[in-house]
Design a protein around this ligand. Structure first.
Ligand code: 13P
Length: 256
């Protein structure tokens, strides 16, 4: 089943970068990946740097995207950025429902579902994030939490909507903490996610890329990528370091 899915490595820069730093980082990634193959690579940059990403990455094998999108198409929504604007800057992906947006900006499952649909309406591929907190894991609620988050995005638009999406499993306790889920821990949740979808549509489940996120780095990427239901990574801190990000990409290319 996993043969039909290509590995995908996405850097989530979060609120990091500057014109100067980005130029150096993207230059190093382009040079390092010029002859790489067997995986897809992308960076999700802050909104102000989309034009720079487009200028530097057009024609390279790295795609780019944003970290959030408005649920609305246009209008008097101060500070919001809609999907059509992201398309204008050549975005391929947009992250929706990252745990930092859920926790710090009060995004709930229903809003995440609307953002996913708004992205798809513009032909963007949403990377829908799900994941449990440490307290939820400790109380044995991991599967219930992740399935509830997943069901919330499936319910309004149907499971077929996941045919045009990527899912990222990011256990909140592993984000930015240096604590990675073990490959077995991550695999077991990825398998739950795929099985949940397979009950409704086996083809959508088989084709869906499910990324793991949470303290992924060059040294732990390969073991994660060897797992049958882990189709790549959503990378935070290590995506800001060209050597680390390239090592993760190389592991993705070598892992199938
Ligand atoms: P870290 O890789 O820094 O743990 O962040 C993971 C993440 O949140 C990616 O979206």
């Amino acid at each position: 089943m996993s043969e039909m899915r290509r590995k995908l490595v996405v850097g989530n820069w979060k609120m990091h970068g500057s014109l100067t730093e980005n130029e150096a980082l993207l230059g190093a990634l382009k040079a390092g990946l010029a002859s790489a193959h067997g995986f897809q690579g992308a960076v999700c940059v802050p909104f102000p740097y989309l034009a720079q990403a487009q200028a530097l990455l057009t024609g390279s094998r790295i795609s780019w995207g944003a970290q959030d999108v408005s649920e609305r198409a246009k209008g008097a929504y101060t500070g919001e950025v809609c999907g059509a604007m992201l398309k204008d800057f050549g975005c391929h992906y947009v992250i929706v429902g990252h745990s930092e947006r859920r926790t710090l900006h009060g995004e709930d499952n229903a809003l995440v579902a609307r953002k996913m649909r708004a992205a798809q309406a513009q032909g963007l591929l949403p990377i829908v994030c799900v994941g449990e907190t440490l307290a939820q894991r400790s109380s044995g609620a991991t599967e219930a939490v992740v399935c509830e988050q997943l069901d919330a995005v499936i319910a309004p638009a149907g499971v077929q909507s996941l045919a045009q999406a990527v899912v990222a499993y990011e256990p909140v306790w592993a984000i930015g903490t240096g604590k990675t889920a073990t490959p077995d821990e991550a695999q077991s949740v990825h398998a739950v996610i795929r099985a949940r979808i397979a009950v409704i549509d086996a083809n959508v489940a088989a084709g869906l890329q499910i990324l793991y996120g949470g303290s992924v780095k060059g040294s732990n990427a390969m073991a994660l990528f060897k797992m049958p239901d882990i189709d790549g990574a959503l990378v935070g801190g290590a995506a800001l370091d060209a050597t680390e990000f390239l090592a993760i990409c190389q592991a993705a290319g070598a892992s199938h």
